[in-house]
Design a protein. Structure first.
Length: 236
């Protein structure tokens, strides 16, 4: 239902936007931010973000909430003491799941979310692609101005590529720290809750199998909720 509603919405909006572009004056297309490459990118990809901003957000939040709720309920049935302990530690695992899922999104600048193909990652190559599209569309005019003009365009194109390169390096460092936290918190969570579980089992003469089941259910539900929440599209 959500998918069908979102597709119908983007279809109607894309038609209305394209119709409005047809009736624009020719001078309107001379602006830098209205290059053919940018406009086609808006029509083909940017409008699909409406799916995430309208219909898909509700279903994703509902999925994450039900995952946590079901995990807590089932864990409490197995062993309520461990359920309380796991609930206190779950937020750290939940954040780790969100980080891991978002790291899996970014196949590269201008790519798409692997979990949600309708969500587009902001493309740092937008300006360089717009320049490249203009050069290709007007290559005869570019060539007629001589080699100096071609060299100037190539120099400008190289400068536009420097910014995305710096962004990639920065994102690589951030991804390394985020990945380290995500993996570290999982092992810390497992170590703490299993230690407490062993103490509870020995002190209260509990069934070790039920204690393990109580821990494992909340752990997996927290990871699943984290992956679900990471798919919530941002307003930007």
């Amino acid at each position: 239902m959500f998918s069908e509603t979102g597709e119908r919405l983007t279809y109607d909006v894309r038609n209305l936007l394209f119709e409005s572009m047809i009736y624009k004056q020719v001078a309107w297309y001379d602006a830098k931010d209205r290059a053919p490459g940018i406009l086609s990118n808006i029509l083909s990809e940017d409008i699909t973000n409406l799916n995430g901003l309208t219909t898909e957000t509700t279903s994703v939040i509902l999925e994450a909430f039900l995952s946590i709720f079901a995990g807590v309920l089932i864990s409490a049935i197995f062993e309520w003491r461990m359920a309380i302990v796991c609930i206190l530690a779950t937020p750290f695992v939940l954040v780790g799941g969100i980080i891991m899922a978002r790291l899996g999104w970014k196949a590269g600048p201008g790519g798409k979310n692997k979990n949600d193909p309708n969500t587009k990652i902001e493309d740092p190559y937008a300006e360089s692609n717009a320049l490249l599209a203009d050069v290709i569309l007007n290559y005869r005019t570019v060539i007629t101005f001589g080699q100096d003009n071609i060299d100037a365009i190539m120099g400008k194109y190289e400068k536009l590529l420097e910014g995305p390169a710096r962004i990639r390096i920065k994102n690589a460092h951030i991804a390394g720290v985020a990945f380290g936290y995500s993996m570290c918190v999982r092992f810390i969570y497992i170590g703490i809750v299993f230690y407490i579980g062993a103490e509870f089992a020995e002190t209260y003469q509990l069934d070790f199998k039920r204690v393990f089941q109580a821990i494992y259910v909340i752990f997996t539900s927290a990871i699943g909720a984290g992956f679900a929440m990471s798919a919530v599209p941002s307003a930007t």
